[in-house]
Ligand binder design. Structure first.
Ligand code: SF4
Length: 238
């Protein structure tokens, strides 16, 4: 296949840049500027941004173009943070780290949304992150075992991370035991969010009774575990 450029220090493939309310996790409802990168190294069956999975996807944009887009949104209203999302933003570390540095200098916080598998890239960006919303991916959703990558990732900067696990009708008790074991190994103070999958054509969400049972098991062993559903679809927002 012909070499296709994903990103370098000066440009990266982006799908969209927009202002919205954070619709998931501990920072739910916070006004953020979303920078959505193209390309992902996983393929989750519940993915709500399937257009961002192919490598390549999105359009190459320069650092200057992105800075102008962020500046414009930041002048229109106050934002709590830039949400670096995707796709998988850590596929673009040479572009991401200097952009995070620039955002900090502008007084914006850096909120990273990641699938928690790109450990080396995270090591480059961790010092610039204020909050990291990291998924632990269940094999029933991805068809892959990524437990060891997740554990390494959690150990890079546990004080900045909260973990989100998306639960479907395919999520199993043994997967859940493995999530809790991993969280215990990484640090019981890292918050754990159970997010029932938003139903789409091919995916059913977890039964409420089972989600509550999973929550109870987590609460017995970790300091902070909560159920927080995804709110974009409820609000009708991107
Ligand atoms: S990691 Fe995120 S962007 Fe990638 S396929 Fe899964 S849900 Fe979609």
């Amino acid at each position: 296949m012909k070499d296709i450029k994903l990103s370098d220090a000066d440009s990266a493939r982006l799908v969209e840049v927009f202002s919205s309310l954070q619709g998931e996790g501990l920072n739910l409802g916070q006004r953020q500027i979303f920078v959505r990168f193209g390309g992902c190294n996983l393929c989750c069956d519940y993915c709500d941004e399937p257009d961002t999975i192919p490598i390549p996807s999105g359009r190459l944009q320069s650092r200057r173009q992105l800075q102008q887009a962020i500046d414009k949104l930041a002048q229109e209203r106050r934002h709590e943070a830039v949400s670096w999302t995707g796709g998988e933003p850590l596929l673009h570390p040479r572009f991401l780290a200097p952009m995070m540095d620039w955002a900090r200098q502008k007084g914006l916080r850096n909120y990273l949304e990641t699938n928690g598998t790109r450990v080396a890239a995270f090591q480059e960006a961790a010092a610039l992150c204020d909050t990291v919303a990291m998924d632990i991916k269940l094999p029933s959703a991805t068809g892959r075992q990524t437990w060891s990558e997740h554990l390494e990732f959690l150990r890079v900067a546990p004080e900045k991370i909260f973990v989100k696990v998306i639960l479907t009708s395919q999520s199993t008790q043994s997967e859940w035991r493995q999530v809790i074991r991993l969280m215990q190994e990484a640090g019981i103070d890292i918050p754990l969010i159970l997010q029932p999958a938003t139903p789409i054509a091919s995916v059913e969400t977890i039964e409420p009774a089972l989600a509550i049972e999973f929550l109870n098991q987590a609460r017995a062993l970790l300091r902070c575990a909560r159920i927080i559903p995804q709110w974009h679809s409820v609000w009708g927002m991107p």
